[in-house]
Design a protein around this ligand. Structure first.
Ligand code: NOJ
Length: 561
């Protein structure tokens, strides 16, 4: 039961797909060690099929010391024993395909783990060796080389350089356990081509490319200019990536509002970023595209690229590069009809000229869950459902993050349980709050996530007894039921052959606080204001909350007029 059966449609499956992000540690634990694993995912695939998604993206499950929970890869061609084996990976892919689900795996090419054999060899071989030339080792500044080679800061806080015993320094844009590769060295490109082929040969359908905007740095590795115009008040330690902006966004509502503003995007646009989004990075993706095209079955690449503008995002999806890029502008937009409309307009304007289709995402494992970003509680949930329903009507594809279908909020993880390297490096709250293992059923932790005695790797709140998948599956008003209905309704919106991203009309006259657009026979309204607005006559296909005669605040509706 494959959505876009290649025998009946020439439209590649990923163009309109809804992809469910599985954070492997926290999805389902089959062996009772308190950490999720591949067999756990396989066992839950029928849940994803029933939910109505088209694909799943699985975060890194390769051998790794887990300093950044798998985004520190020690071996790109194997499975960490915590998560299973290569056979488990093969069985997962085969079972997913039987159920009509595509599988996207996560590729981490910007950096490896410091436990990768190449980095260990680089340490052993010493300055000037070919082994060191696979990473970015440099001598330090100052008379005795005791100062870092430049002023860059790690996204996770602190300097982006660590000194090794012989006095040289290596660059790590993330944790010190994540040394950056030197992508100007052809050996690195050759290695990653073989890694792509390794997983393509095992049948995966695509790759999510981690830090896709970071692989190539400005060759000089010059200082980042930090002028008065750049991020006022944040000084030289200004984070160079919006992940970091979210580190201190937690439960205080005011803080979210303040940080997730258009202003913070504008400030970022003004920053000098010699470490991000350099032109040379695109050569890498052209090569990868050619590799994917040797395989049948519409294999795809999706970029995680925190670019400064939608236009620079669109450069990653030119016809000979990646197929998709996450559109983080949608996730960063504050709760306002005008901001949402502007993101839709500018996204489509950016991707259309390159012939790409847009993507939409509201939550992932790096940001505060959208229920909480929108204020939490009943209002946060109403807004989250409304934003999701709006997203699912937009042309292109959508990404949803595990647990959002249960309406989960960010968890206030106690400091002693936090594990995010950003927390460990800076003391800022970090990303653990959106990574708490899922509540599947039952009345107490681990809520069916695991057979473990006691707590899973991050503790679950006791209140989750009321929001387990099991409880929600019985309740027609639940968020889970709403997601199932919304995804089913979306399937009926099958785009025609040849429909392109621009085939949506924003309706400017719907009211100051109402986002409205038409797509084919469907009219979509989202009320971001605080008073109800009249509903045009028409048949309600689906609404994100109760609707009678008028469209209440914080609610979205799909109408057939
Ligand atoms: C982006 C990933 O989504 C994040 O979780 C990770 O910490 C960084 N890249 C570094 O790999």
């Amino acid at each position: 039961m494959v959505l876009n059966d290649p025998t009946t449609s020439s439209r590649p499956w990923w163009r309109d797909a809804v992809t469910y992000q599985v954070y492997v540690r926290s999805f389902a634990d089959s062996n009772g060690d308190g950490v999720g694993d591949l067999q756990g995912i396989t066992a839950r695939l029928p849940y994803l099929q029933r939910l109505g998604v088209d694909a799943l993206w699985i975060t890194p499950f390769y051998p790794s010391p887990q300093h950044d929970h798998g985004y520190d890869v020690a071996d790109y061609r194997d499975v960490d024993p915590r998560f299973g084996s290569l056979d488990d990976a093969d069985r997962l892919v085969a079972r997913a395909h039987e159920l009509g689900l595509r599988v996207i795996v996560d590729l981490v090419p910007n950096h490896s783990s410091n436990e990768h054999e190449w980095f260990q060899a680089a340490l052993a071989a010493g300055p000037g060796s070919p082994e060191r030339a696979r990473y970015l080792f440099r001598d330090g500044r100052g008379p005795d080389g005791s100062e870092p080679p430049n002023n860059w800061h790690s996204v996770f806080g602190g300097p982006a350089w660590t000194r090794v015993e012989d006095g040289q320094w290596y660059l790590h844009l993330f944790d010190s356990s994540q040394p950056d590769f030197d992508w100007r060295n052809p050996e690195v490109g050759d290695m990653f081509e073989s890694v792509l082929r390794f997983w393509l040969d095992r049948g995966v359908d695509g790759f999510r490319i981690d830090v896709a905007h970071g692989l190539v740095k400005e060759e000089s590795l010059r200082d980042q200019e930090i002028g008065a115009d750049h991020m006022p008040g944040s000084g030289p330690a200004a984070p160079a990536d919006p992940h970091a902006e979210h580190h201190h966004v937690h439960t205080a509502e005011g803080e979210h509002a303040q940080l997730l503003t258009a202003q913070s995007m504008v400030e970022r646009r003004m920053r000098d970023e010699p470490m991000w989004d350099q032109p040379g990075v695109h050569e890498v993706y052209r090569r990868w595209r050619r590799v994917l095209e040797e395989y049948d079955g519409d294999k795809m690449l999706v970029a995680e690229a925190w670019t400064q503008t939608e236009e620079s995002m669109a450069r990653f999806v030119r016809p000979d590069e990646m197929h998709q890029a996450f559109n983080f502008s949608w996730l960063l937009a504050p709760w306002s009809a005008e901001s949402f409309a502007e993101v839709i307009r500018s996204t489509i304007a950016a991707v259309e000229p390159v012939g790409a289709s847009p993507t939409w995402v509201l939550s992932n494992h790096d940001v505060v869950r959208h229920v909480t970003r929108y204020g939490g509680g009943a209002q946060g949930l109403a807004r989250a459902r409304a934003a999701t329903l709006t997203m699912l009507a937009l042309p292109g594809s959508a990404y949803i993050y595990q647990g959002e279908e249960l309406g989960l909020e960010e968890v206030d993880v106690p400091p002693e349980s936090r594990q995010d390297p950003a927390w460990l490096r800076t003391g800022e709250v970090g990303r653990d709050g959106c990574r708490v293992p899922l509540p599947w059923g039952g009345t107490e932790p681990p809520f069916g996530f695991s057979l473990c005695q006691g707590q899973p790797w991050l503790p679950q709140p006791l209140e989750w007894a009321a929001v387990t998948a099991q409880v929600q599956a019985q309740d027609p008003d639940s968020t889970l039921d709403f997601y199932r209905r919304a995804l089913a309704a979306r399937r009926a919106l099958v785009p025609h052959e040849g429909e392109h991203a621009g085939e949506i009309d924003l309706l400017p006259d719907a009211g100051e606080h109402v986002l409205a657009f038409r797509r084919d026979h469907l009219t979509v309204l989202l009320n971001c204001g605080d008073t109800p607005v009249p509903l045009p006559d028409g048949e309600i296909v689906i609404a994100s909350g109760p609707v009678k005669g008028e469209l209440p605040p914080d609610t979205a509706v799909w109408l057939e007029l």
